[in-house]
Design a protein. Structure first.
Length: 368
């Protein structure tokens, strides 16, 4: 038996947690058993393009293809009418490469599943947000879902939501690169890390309001993530200035070394209104940093049982939770940090995730 040919469709390589997980997969998969083609929908962001080119140069064992029909970001009429052109481009690409299995997680991937099946490839769809997806998603995409050789969910709520809508699915949780946790250094300031793209759904404004309510000039916040909603980014700067906390805040759109920011930080906050499977929670645990999380379904699904939550719109409650963390007994804090680290090591790893995907691919190939 020759290598099993896997095609993976991604919007881009660098955007958020889903992209990181798929990079882990394409890097970790056994290249003696599988050949990997990655199809990118492309990005118009100059920085993303540069990072993608560098990544492709480092990973010559992987074949990359870039679609040519999605350059017009913001020109919605072109993006909508281009779906026909994309399907045509995907048709010829699938026909040319003859992949055995096509794995995707984007809306484009969903819409090419019928095409994949038509061309004798096995379509596999990874649903990243099904835990919060409403019933209309399943109604609108029913014909595409029915084409799938397998549906993958990365959380238990997502799996349960699929079952509620009569969809058989497989649970494969995200993987994390395991490492030893960092010690916490004593500093003159207390640093909070908020790692998320700048967007309304990520709810960074609640952290700024909580910071102002806390009224402690020794507390500083790093907002780390690409500004994908410029108007919201301006709003965050405005309220920080209005609340007189702009000197306590730093926006970092790009970093090549997020680990250094974890090391420098004392606490991580994820204030999102909605999330998929948040790898940031597990990364924080792994690096020895406690979290405060918005009380939403997916955060509860990922987090350890000792986790601190707050109501997503209650900045006063968030401020109080921050104060409690600052004043937490050191012995209790160290025990919670150890428990969180063990939770990740015992339940999540990149190796385990990759092996599970490989077993699925082998099973689907044999049934083909």
């Amino acid at each position: 038996m020759g290598k099993i040919k896997i095609m993976i469709i991604m919007p881009e390589l660098f955007h958020g947690g889903a992209e990181k997980q798929f990079r882990y997969l394409i890097e970790g998969i056994d290249k003696k058993q599988f050949s990997i083609n990655v199809v990118l929908e492309q990005s118009t962001d100059k920085r993303d393009v540069e990072m993608t080119e560098q990544y492709m140069e480092r990973h010559k064992e992987i074949t990359f293809y870039k679609l040519h029909c999605l350059h017009a970001e913001g020109l919605k009429i072109i993006r909508y009418t281009s779906f026909g052109l994309i399907n045509l481009e995907m048709f010829f690409l699938i026909k040319k490469t003859h992949p055995d299995i096509i794995l995707s997680y984007s809306s484009l991937g969903m819409k090419t599943m019928y095409l994949s099946k038509l061309l004798k490839s096995v379509p596999v769809y990874s649903e990243r947000n099904a835990g919060t997806t409403n019933k209309s998603f399943y109604i609108l995409n029913k014909k595409f879902i029915q084409c799938a050789g397998a549906i993958i969910c990365n959380s238990i709520p997502a799996l349960e939501k699929m079952k509620e809508n009569s969809v058989d699915a497989i649970y494969i949780p995200n993987g994390i690169a395991l490492c030893d946790r960092f010690s916490e250094e004593r500093r003159d300031y207390y640093y909070i890390l908020v790692p998320a793209r700048i967007a309304q759904v990520k709810n960074q404004e609640i952290v700024i309001k909580a910071l102002a309510h806390l009224d402690d000039k020794t507390v500083k916040v790093f907002f780390v993530g690409k500004n994908v909603e410029e108007e919201y980014g301006r709003y965050l700067n405005e309220i920080a200035k209005d609340l007189n906390v702009e000197k306590q805040i730093q926006f970092i759109p790009y970093t090549n070394n997020i680990i250094e920011l974890y090391k420098k930080s004392n606490l991580v906050i994820l204030p999102s209104k909605s999330e998929g499977f948040s790898s940031v929670i597990l990364e924080s645990y792994l690096y020895g940093r406690k979290c405060i999380l918005s009380d939403i379904v997916m955060n509860r699904a990922v987090a350890n049982k000792n986790q601190t939550f707050f109501q997503q719109n209650d900045y006063k409650e968030l401020a109080e939770k921050i104060r409690e963390e600052i004043n937490l007994n050191q012995e209790d804090k160290l025990q919670q940090i150890k428990d969180n680290h063990d939770y990740v090591v015992n339940n999540f790893s990149i190796e385990k995730m990759v092996v599970t995907y490989q077993k699925l691919f082998l099973s689907l190939y044999r049934e083909k």
